[in-house]
Write a protein that binds this ligand. Structure first.
Ligand code: ZN
Length: 438
């Protein structure tokens, strides 16, 4: 453990670890020491994982190096320390944000011809999609589009300061409102142009992890970043890519805590394998789509099987397709009748079982049964044009509730909870559909 402080000092002083292979070698040497020459018995991932997740918290040097790189890059994101920016970017051709966000590295090769910049930039690119999957709040289109000169002033306007919400959309604030942030109408028109492009991938609405763990805090930034990267790196690869895709689809990040809860409690709510299987398939996005089929078989038609109009992506088929939307709206309305209160209709709740606070705790298991039953039915009609009916959902859900009651009785656990859920469901069926009169 005595090695760590010295290495941390090194990483924060010199950002020149150009080849990441050396970390493997260093880590091997440390492992030899830890295991005293014996064969390692515990996976490296578990050794390095945080204690609260069942790990041993052995420092991972590569991650410390990467966390230190982010601390160094903080100036590039914030654009405040103009002396440092001038020193590190003395021969830059564009603004820093043009390199960080708008791919100018490809145009201006000299940027990566600099040993420090190259090493840091590679770390950024590795984590970029994870940390910011929408146009970031800290991004300054003004700085990115400015022609680079030495002694540039600081205080560039960030996106979170220059856009505003109008209805469901984000708009660039008017020239009048931005008059002390833009030079003239021509400059404003330029920014408007950039805004239109950035709008396509959407804007980050809530503060990202990069902001809360790196850009805002004044202290403990290194350990904050280390913990953030560690959480990510101890996840399995397939989980990671699935997590990124889900975040892109639903338009905001799902917090690590929510995923963790999904692994632990979300998967345990049922003993029924059909339900478990569906949850796993949803998380890993297992279902074949017209878009994937068209790619594999080089077909010209990749339209949705339901509406036959939009591109048949995974998220379209499960959520945004007007036909599927109507189905979920129906399920949502029925659930409000069962619970007798309203809550938000969020895709992560209906598709993944990441239930928000608005659904009360005592109703969450029922919510999971109800939505999983609905998804299993959608999957049954996966390639068909039609969707399941309300009656089919009722029957399916009744089957699963019965099964839950039985397994609850056999395993002698949580029977009361199932009984409560049964009662809610029967009351609702009787009241609204005159079912279950006995
Ligand atoms: Zn469709």
């Amino acid at each position: 453990m005595n090695v760590l402080p010295k290495m941390l000092f090194l990483f924060q002083t010199l950002q020149i670890v150009d080849r990441v292979e050396c970390f493997g070698k260093w880590q091997k040497d440390i492992m030899k020491f830890v295991w005293q020459g014996k064969k390692p018995r515990i996976k490296f991932k578990i050794l390095t994982d945080a204690k609260e997740r069942g790990g041993f918290a052995l420092p991972d040097l590569r991650l410390y190096y990467e966390a230190a790189s982010f601390c160094w890059m903080k100036d590039w994101f914030l654009l405040e320390n103009t002396d440092v920016l001038d020193l590190e970017g003395f021969n830059n051709a564009f603004g820093w944000h043009a390199y960080l966000w708008y791919d100018k590295v490809k145009v201006h090769k000299l940027f990566k011809n600099h040993i420090v910049r190259k090493a840091l930039f590679n770390v950024w690119i590795k984590y970029k999609d994870l940390l910011e999957n929408k146009t970031p709040r800290w991004l300054s289109p003004m700085e990115a589009k400015a022609s680079k000169i030495l002694n540039m002033e600081g205080g560039w306007a960030k996106y979170c300061e220059i856009i505003e919400r109008v209805g469901d959309n984000w708009k660039l604030k008017s020239l009048e409102k931005l008059k002390d942030k833009v030079r003239d109408w021509l400059h404003y028109a330029q920014i408007q142009e950039t805004f239109k492009k950035d709008e396509k991938i959407g804007f980050q609405v809530e503060k990202s992890k990069l902001e809360t763990e790196l850009l805002e805090p004044k202290t403990k930034v290194l350990s904050r970043m280390y913990n953030l990267l560690l959480k990510w790196n101890t996840q399995d690869e397939t989980v990671k890519s699935a997590m990124i895709k889900w975040a892109q689809d639903i338009g905001h990040n799902i917090m690590f805590e929510d995923w963790e809860r999904l692994w632990t409690t979300g998967m345990k709510f049922t003993a029924c394998t059909a339900l478990k299987e569906n949850i796993m398939k949803m998380i890993y996005r297992w279902y074949m789509t017209p878009v994937k089929l068209a790619e594999i078989y080089h077909l010209s038609d990749n339209k949705c099987w339901k509406c036959k109009e939009a591109e048949g992506t995974f998220f379209h088929l499960w959520w945004t397709c007007p036909k599927v939307k109507a189905f979920w709206e129906m399920i949502y309305n029925e659930l409000k009748k069962v619970f007798k209160y309203t809550f938000h209709k969020k895709p992560e709740a209906f598709l993944l079982g990441i239930v928000g606070q608005r659904v009360s705790k005592k109703d969450r298991t029922f919510f999971l049964y109800a939505t999983t039953a609905a998804r299993i039915l959608i999957a049954k009609y996966w390639k068909a044009q039609e969707l399941p009916t309300l009656e089919e959902w009722h029957t399916q859900l009744m089957d699963y509730m019965e099964l839950a009651e039985m397994t609850g009785r056999i395993r002698d656990l949580g029977e009361e909870a199932v009984e409560e859920d049964w009662k809610k469901f029967k009351d609702y069926l009787q009241k609204h559909y005159k079912l279950y009169e006995c």
